[in-house]
Ligand binder design. Structure first.
Ligand SMILES: [Zn+2]
Length: 688
């Protein structure tokens, strides 16, 4: 998939982060690093031609263990940990802010989350209103009403590639595929407790084990809630979810935007997706006055509506009760939070130990009040000089990318003109958004942590609905400044580079340009490339879903892309489990294009000459080592398996090794035939 740079929105984080579950996973121990390249972390005994990843990171890999509260550890985690520590300090400070100020909401949200004694004392009572509402459902119309009232803006299929919600459906408000000057509601399938349909339907040992553990998790939650007839009920809930899984659109089809462009008039839902009382659903969801809804998963929504019609009301009520409790688990007494971690953290992601509560509190707060925390963050940690320097790099890399487009022999003049137009209208946000979200109207109470989370998610939902009546803001951000990631927004023809990724080793005001271009420069190039790749080519300069490539151009592009897919298919991170070259293709193209454009951008920064030598390395070597070091990381096998199956990003090691396709790398390290990564010039993949 396109969009994000790193695998931050893996399902692991989605499950353990606020939004779907209200609860946050956090980051472990510290790992600060001084300025400059990490020479001590390299293994210079390794020949870069054989294993470039190890050459750049070998010593670090040898001496680093994955902390117990994590499924993986690397550059991203270390940076996220720093951002977490920084936001933690800011949140503590915010507790002292004047009552009623936005900062005081930040402090109160966190304080409420941290008051474990009060949470323990209240038991399940904070859920009473929601559970009473479910218990009172008397017919399928009332059931539809509850489903509608529970709809949230908790998915983002395009920008953050988050297709997951445990609610019946998910909603996303974004510019219309066919008319990007107006916002429309997109509706996605949902309703599963496990990551995706494959986990329910798989017959291999690993899937079967997870199925058993998930069913046990349902029973454990019901038991904690003192429900009667736990085992039979867990079986019914599991079986209902398995039925939902069996009609779900799979992950690969979910990622295909051409299959998602299905505008349905509201009046058509009852005939196209019979079984659910749609008027009651839309009324409760606040969508009844919308002229249309873009149905992302017609098959999933039709199938789920049919199940609402065919499956017994009582089973749906059991299902709703279970999910209400499990979703809130992190803000319920410890036994509930521990059980949720036991399945989603331990079983699904292989994380041995839940992170400390304060860390979860920081992430939950930062997630719930993203822009309020973000404002505090950039004020303290992102200077105007840093912003200006990155903007200059952006200009050079955009120019470099333009030259690459100009020089593509196979691209037709018509396609080239459209590509250049798209580059000209690209909006690139650096550090933080131009307009901050306003949290006036959101009630945060110091002794009501679950209520705070519920009100925040409703507030977000209403804010999304409010966008339906406003003009599209092309400069709207889809990541908070304290997020360590970057993102491409196809419908806005825009990119976001949050402040928290504009830090070492990606970017350092005190580092030389070679290092910064190899780090954040490659990231910038990566995101730009997404605007022009197999998926970016489906959106024009205005963000409209409209292919602007000629068939011949696309054929040329695909030919190179297929060769890159084959290169990645050959990698085997776990015995017998290979990287899926097709699933990771867009990201692998973007990595290759990104490092290539950043390399050119570095030349431009020095008037066409190579970057100067320093610390015993040439400028080119420093550039590539910086690139190799941003990918350092290691992963538990469970998390690796989940990533290989569901994530559009290849494992870090192979992302670093993509330098084998770049001519400059061969010159920089004097790479000769015989090295394991060596590719003859005509075997190197050149997409751009
Ligand atoms: Zn990407």
């Amino acid at each position: 998939m396109r969009a994000t740079y790193l695998k931050i929105i893996t399902l692991i984080l989605v499950f353990l982060l606020a939004g779907n579950s209200y609860v946050a996973l956090t980051q472990g121990s510290s790992g600060h690093r001084a300025h400059g390249l990490d020479f001590a972390g390299m293994d210079k005994s390794v020949n870069p031609a054989d294993d470039f990843f190890d050459y750049c990171n070998g010593e670090w890999l040898k001496k680093t263990a994955i902390p117990n509260d994590r499924s993986s550890y690397g550059t991203f985690d270390i940076l996220a940990e720093q951002a977490n520590k920084q936001t933690s300090d800011l949140i503590m400070e915010a507790s002292k802010s004047p009552r009623g100020s936005e900062a005081s909401k930040v402090g109160d949200f966190y304080d409420a989350f941290m008051d474990e004694k009060a949470i323990e004392a209240k038991g399940l009572s904070p859920l009473k209103v929601e559970l009473d509402e479910i218990n009172a459902i008397g017919d399928k119309k009332a059931l539809a009403h509850v489903f509608g009232s529970e709809l949230r803006a908790d998915v983002d299929p395009l920008n953050n590639t988050n297709f997951y919600t445990d609610r019946l459906f998910g909603l996303w408000v974004s510019p219309d595929f066919d008319n990007p000057t107006k916002n429309v509601p997109y509706m996605l399938q949902g309703g599963l407790g496990m990551p995706d349909s494959d986990t329910y339907l798989g017959t291999e040992a690993n899937s079967v084990e997870l199925q058993t553990k998930y069913r046990a998790h349902i029973a454990a939650v019901l038991k904690l809630a003192k429900v009667e007839g736990v085992d039979a009920q867990a079986d019914r809930i599991y079986e209902l979810e398995r039925k939902i899984a069996s009609i779900h659109v799979n992950r690969a089809d979910s990622a295909d935007v051409l299959k998602a462009n299905n505008p349905w008039r509201l009046a058509d839902f009852s005939s196209k997706a019979a079984g659910l009382d749609w008027p009651a659903f839309f009324e409760a969801a606040g969508l009844a006055k919308q002229p249309m809804i873009m149905v992302w998963h017609p098959g999933g929504i039709t199938g789920e509506a049919a199940l609402v019609g065919s499956q017994p009301l009582d089973v749906w009520k059991e299902y709703l009760r279970f999910h209400a409790i499990d979703r809130a688990a992190g803000l319920l007494p410890k036994a509930f939070a521990d059980e949720r971690f036991n399945f989603y953290g331990r079983a699904l992601s292989g994380i041995p130990q839940q992170s400390e509560r304060w860390k979860r509190g920081v992430r939950a707060t930062s997630n719930a009040l993203g822009d309020a925390v973000g404002q505090l963050y950039v004020k303290h940690y992102f200077s105007p000089q840093a912003k200006a320097t990155v903007q200059t790099m952006v200009k050079n890399i955009v120019v470099a990318f333009g030259h690459r487009i100009d020089n593509l022999e196979w691209m037709s003049p018509a396609t080239r003109a459209k590509a250049k137009a798209k580059l000209d209208t690209l909006y690139i946000g650096v550090g933080y958004p131009e307009h901050w979200r306003d949290y006036a109207g959101l009630k945060i109470v110091r002794d009501d942590p679950l209520g705070n989370a519920q009100r925040t998610s409703l507030f977000d939902y209403r804010a999304s609905l409010a966008k339906l009546n406003k003009p599209v803001d092309k400069s709207e951000w889809w990541m908070t400044p304290q997020t360590v990631n970057a993102v491409n927004l196809p419908l806005q023809n825009a990119l976001n580079f949050p402040a928290a990724i504009l830090r070492p080793p990606f970017f350092d005001m005190e580092a030389d340009p070679a290092q910064n271009y190899g780090g954040i420069g490659a990231t910038i190039g990566h995101e730009i490339s997404h605007s022009f790749d197999d998926q970016g080519s489906q959106f024009d300069a205005q963000g409209r879903l409209q292919n602007w490539w000629t068939a011949q151009d696309l054929a040329h592009f695909r030919e190179s892309a297929d060769r890159l897919a084959a290169q990645f298919d050959a990698y085997e991170p776990l015995p017998g489990v290979h990287v899926n070259g097709k699933l990771t293709l867009s990201e692998n193209i973007a990595d290759l294009a990104g490092v290539s454009a950043a390399y050119d951008g570095l030349r431009l920064a020095f008037g066409g000459k190579p970057a100067p030598d320093s610390e015993g390395f040439t400028g080119d070597q420093r550039f590539f080592v910086a690139f190799g070091q941003i990918w350092r990381g290691k992963q538990r096998p469970e998390a690796m398996r989940l990533q290989l199956a569901t994530d559009g990003h290849a494992p870090d090691e192979y992302r670093a090794d993509t330098v084998r396709n770049v001519d400059g790398w061969y010159g920089a390290f004097n790479i000769r035939p015989g090295g394991k990564l060596y590719l003859a010039p005509d075997a190197r993949v050149r997409v751009w």
